[in-house]
Design a protein around this ligand. Sequence first.
Ligand SMILES: Cc1cc2nc3c(=O)[nH]c(=O)nc-3n(C[C@H](O)[C@H](O)[C@H](O)COP(=O)(O)O)c2cc1C
Length: 134
Amino acid sequence: MTELHEILYCSLLAPDQPTEIVGQIVSQARARNATEGITGLLVFDGMRFCQHFEGPRKQVLGLLNRLEADPRHTEMRVVYEGELLERRYQRFEMGLAQTEDDAEREDIAILQQLDGAEALERFLALRPRLDIAG
Ligand SMILES: Cc1cc2nc3c(=O)[nH]c(=O)nc-3n(C[C@H](O)[C@H](O)[C@H](O)COP(=O)(O)O)c2cc1C
């Protein structure tokens, strides 16, 4: 069986990038993820990104490398990384949740400071409150 891997990271939209770029990033990401077996969720609060993605280990690490080289965001920090027994996202090749809600933005800001299982739990707890476009 293919070994599944998951990564959660946070980053900031690069200062020279308009917020409209996010729609473009996601539509390209969906097509690519579908071919690579990657599923997940991207949350954007107008300034910060948090993205959680999962799939075969090789493809997930490949995406991580591409993300690290992408100048459209900065200060990228992986807050959780690990093996996974079964997918958490069945439905999305990459869901997008854009939020301007103060409480959710505050949660994302806190999450960015956390590490490991605590960060993952916080993100998973935020999920049901988000309005996700798939
Ligand atoms: C916040 C953010 C999220 C991204 N999410 C994905 C993704 O889920 N899948 C993907 O293939 N590319 C994603 N990208 C784009 C990659 O960084 C990269 O540009 C793209 O995969 C094409 O890489 P290539 O030109 O080296 O082939 C994302 C970029 C940013 C800034």
